[in-house]
Design a protein around this ligand. Structure first.
Ligand SMILES: *Cc1c(COP(=O)(O)O)cnc(C)c1O
Length: 468
């Protein structure tokens, strides 16, 4: 494929402008040897564990699912992320979604620096909030008014409250394996309960908090119809990731989202698309644009903050006007619409609005998917893995196809993924330490990054194949 000359930045102290495959492998072997020695990430983790629970501030960052200690990050730029030892990796975690333009995107860095000089936080409105809201309203025909918050969790939690306040109903439907942040009523998972019974997924969540949460399987329209019936007119909303991304990537099957739309309309319940991950990711107008289905409420996060803490929820005026101060449904936030976060979000959306960004993302992502599939087949894994991709979100499940819901996703081979993950890390490719996450391609990923990834995956798949 005429791969351009590459310099292996993964290998500290080795920078070869033109290198042959044999050189790369030899260098990676040297690097693998180097990692046996005590490293700064390990020291940092030991120190962190004394004062931070599990040494991390979000459990997904721990290496619990794959074993070993987390890599501590010193900096990131473009498609790459660098650890405390100066090792640079091609990054597919992308901050778990926000970094669609790559890290330290220059226009965003500049915007945040300029905003910082004007002060961090005023407790009074700013023009930047209106500007970012205008950009979101222009991109999402379903959103006429919105409210900024500081995280996706807050967005989903507040959207549910608003849906309940607006409809005067109690029950909500969510999908097994769907993630909408950690608000109590949304921390209900499958358990072994009946399809219509939400059981708390965490100690500390009371049965009362999830009593009105009904669980259904993703991509199961018949199951959803049954749950609607069981709710007996008390259903406030269905909340769904239009492309499931938190059980690994699981695309909606043809007619699924339309079916949910029809059920909601027929029963007078609100359809909430949780687009915290998919918003401005699968298309500038999100999954609702991509699939042509219009929700009543939309939650956003991740990309709209450009990597700073932002969430948002919005919808038509007649629903949104029920929110305080226009209406009785309470919601508030000291840091909501924070000036630095708004500046970063504005810079990100302005860049994404440019011509050709999503076409390029699609091209690179399709190239990555095709290359990984080829590498897997060469390692004897044809038919044993499932590659699910929507736009620049991709998951390689170590499970045979199809992966179409939580059950088929969780049938994946955890051991094989752990081996694959660590092999990729050694090769200088940074993936999420769990296969139930998406790989995110950014606009900063170049063909040489992807080629390097595919090359590394060939060897990593071969190692993982022994555990399949
Ligand atoms: C990440 C995510 C959330 C939670 O967002 P936080 O900012 O982590 O609170 C909610 N919903 C979806 C779909 C997400 O991907």
């Amino acid at each position: 494929m005429g791969a351009p000359p590459m310099s292996i930045t993964a290998v500290r102290g080795v920078s070869l402008s033109v290198c042959r495959k044999a050189d790369i492998i030899a260098a990676m072997k040297r690097q693998a040897g180097k990692r046996q020695s005590p490293n700064r990430s390990r020291q940092a983790f030991g120190r962190a564990r004394k004062v931070l629970v599990g040494g991390v501030n979000s459990p997904v960052r721990s290496f619990l699912a794959v074993g070993g200690d987390p890599v501590f990050i010193a900096s990131a730029r473009g498609s790459c992320i660098t650890d405390l030892d100066g090792r640079t990796y091609v990054d597919y975690v992308g901050g778990y979604g926000p970094a669609i333009l790559g890290h330290a995107y220059p226009a965003a860095v500049k915007a945040v620096q300029q905003a910082a000089r004007r002060g961090f936080c005023y407790g009074a409105p700013t023009l930047a909030e209106t500007e970012l809201a205008e950009m979101i309203v222009a991109a999402y025909p379903s959103i006429r008014k919105l409210r900024f918050v500081s995280s996706g969790t807050e967005a989903a939690m507040s959207a549910i409250r608003l849906a309940r306040g607006f409809t005067g109903r109690c029950k909500i439907i969510k999908c097994r394996g769907g993630y909408h942040g950690h608000a109590d009523c949304l921390l209900a998972s499958a358990g072994s309960g009946a399809a219509t019974l939400g059981l708390p997924a965490s100690p500390g969540v009371t049965p009362g908090a999830t009593r009105d949460t009904m669980l259904v399987d993703y991509n199961d329209l018949a199951g959803a119809a049954k749950a609607f019936k069981a709710a007996r007119g008390d259903l406030a909303a269905v909340i769904v990731e239009p492309v499931a991304g938190n059980m690994g990537v699981v695309p909606p099957e043809a007619g699924y989202l339309q079916g949910l739309r029809e059920l909601c309309t027929r029963h007078g319940a609100l359809l909430i698309f949780d687009e915290v991950m998919t918003g401005f990711r699968v298309a500038y107008g999100g999954a609702q644009r991509f699939y042509g289905v219009r929700p009543d409420l939309t939650t956003l996060g991740k990309i709209i903050g450009g990597g700073l803490p932002v969430g948002a929820f919005g919808g038509p005026v007649e629903i949104m006007k029920n929110l305080a101060p226009e209406g009785p449904v309470y919601q508030a936030g000291t840091l909501s619409g924070n000036p630095l976060a708004m500046a970063a979000g504005l810079a990100a959306l302005r860049a994404l609005r440019g011509r050709g960004v999503y076409a390029r993302l699609e091209k690179m992502s399709a190239y990555l998917e095709a290359g990984l599939k080829e590498a897997a087949a060469a390692a004897g894994l044809a038919g044993k893995l499932t590659f699910n991709r929507v736009a620049s979100m991709l998951t390689c499940f170590f499970a045979p196809p199809p992966v179409r819901d939580y059950r088929s996703a969780t049938a994946a081979n955890a051991r094989a993924y752990a081996v694959f993950f660590h092999a990729m890390l050694e090769e200088g490719i940074f993936l999420a330490p769990s296969q139930y996450e998406a790989m995110f391609v950014s606009a900063a990923h170049r063909q040489r990054d992807i080629d390097r990834t595919i090359d590394a995956a060939g060897r990593a798949f071969a190692l993982a194949a022994r555990h399949m």
